[in-house]
Ligand binder design. Structure first.
Ligand code: NAP
Length: 284
């Protein structure tokens, strides 16, 4: 048997993460002698953790809050996905060289396209300008969506828009998240994506958009997956809109990381089943 390869999730907190169940199920399905563990790494120990990754020959990492941006300075190279998003969620150790990738944007896009078909030419309104929103914005634009961005802090949305213009040469409108502006804008929107943390446990009653601001031809995609049926998605159901939940993105960003590490096709169904079993245990 080939020697054991160790993969890790680093972040703070990591308790309750669904990734170990998802990745270990995939390794087992493909009979790989690999193991995946979640390790809490406080902010001040990130440099030591990356040095340890090199010294111990850890084969790959997933990186979560709060390290997605800070980790970049410790790496040897960045894939285009990470360079564009300005954040890393996956690291591959290629014979001692640590390369950073970002699979959030592509994972979100893949799941959306599985649900609604190609996004090329579709009018998409993205709520949020944080780490996940940035990655998703670049993937959507590269796939040809007509994107607009709304964020609580409008200056952050504008910063993202100017970064997009600089990197892709595309102009992206930005709007505020006040209800009247959003409602007017959504009338002419085909896909609404929530990439803010609004609606995430424990504040599950919160949503930026309610049913009366939506229409039947809208698709509503919430990347928040704790809980799976967020208030936003419940409002979308009330409005007769199509819903897409965040679990599919979680599985697909994980599947892309798996493929980067192993060079093998990820067993998506096995990963999704493992996540659904685990989520029942950790978030009820
Ligand atoms: P982040 O970088 O901290 O960004 C947070 C975003 O939420 C910002 O745009 C922020 O607006 C906005 N926000 C926070 N509280 C708000 C409020 N009360 N009202 C309006 N806007 C608010 O976080 P992130 O890493 O992008 O993650 C965002 C969410 O996506 C999290 O819930 C995370 O769990 C989820 N996520 C899911 C997946 C998946 O695979 N499904 C992957 C990655 C992330 P400001 O700029 O104004 O602060």
């Amino acid at each position: 048997m080939k020697s054991l390869k160790v993969f890790m999730l680093i972040g703070d907190p990591v308790a309750g993460s669904l990734s170990p169940a998802m990745m270990n199920a995939a390794f087992k399905k493909l009979r790989l002698n690999h193991i995946y563990v979640a390790v809490r790494v406080p902010e001040n120990l990130l440099g030591d953790a990356i040095a340890g990754t090199r010294k111990m020959g850890i084969a790959g990492l997933n990186v979560t809050i709060p390290h997605k941006i800070a980790v970049m300075k410790f790496l040897d190279a960045l894939d285009e996905s990470a360079a564009l998003a300005g954040a890393v969620n996956t690291i591959k150790n290629s014979r001692g060289k640590l390369v950073g990738f970002n699979t959030d944007g592509e994972g979100a896009l893949r799941y959306l396209e599985e649900k609604v078909g190609k996004v090329k030419g579709k009018r998409v309104l993205l709520l949020g300008a944080g780490g996940a929103a940035r990655a998703i914005a670049f993937s959507l634009l590269k796939a040809g969506a007509e994107l607009s961005i709304a964020n609580r802090t409008v200056s952050r949305a504008k910063e993202l828009a100017s970064l997009i213009e600089q990197k892709l040469g595309k102009e992206v409108p930005t709007i505020s998240i006040d209800r009247r502006t959003l409602k007017r804008f959504i009338t002419n929107t085909e896909v609404l994506i929530n990439a803010t943390s609004v609606g995430m446990r424990p504040r599950i009653d919160e949503t930026l958009v309610t049913a009366e601001m939506m229409h039947r031809n809208l698709t509503v995609y919430d990347i928040v997956y704790k809980p799976i049926r967020t208030r936003l998605l419940l409002e979308a159901e009330k409005a007769g809109a199509m819903t897409v939940d965040g679990l599919g993105m979680l599985v697909r960003q994980g599947a892309l990381a798996f493929e980067i590490w192993t060079g093998k096709r990820a067993p998506i169904k096995v990963m999704e089943d493992a996540v659904r079993r685990e989520i029942g245990k950790v978030v009820g």
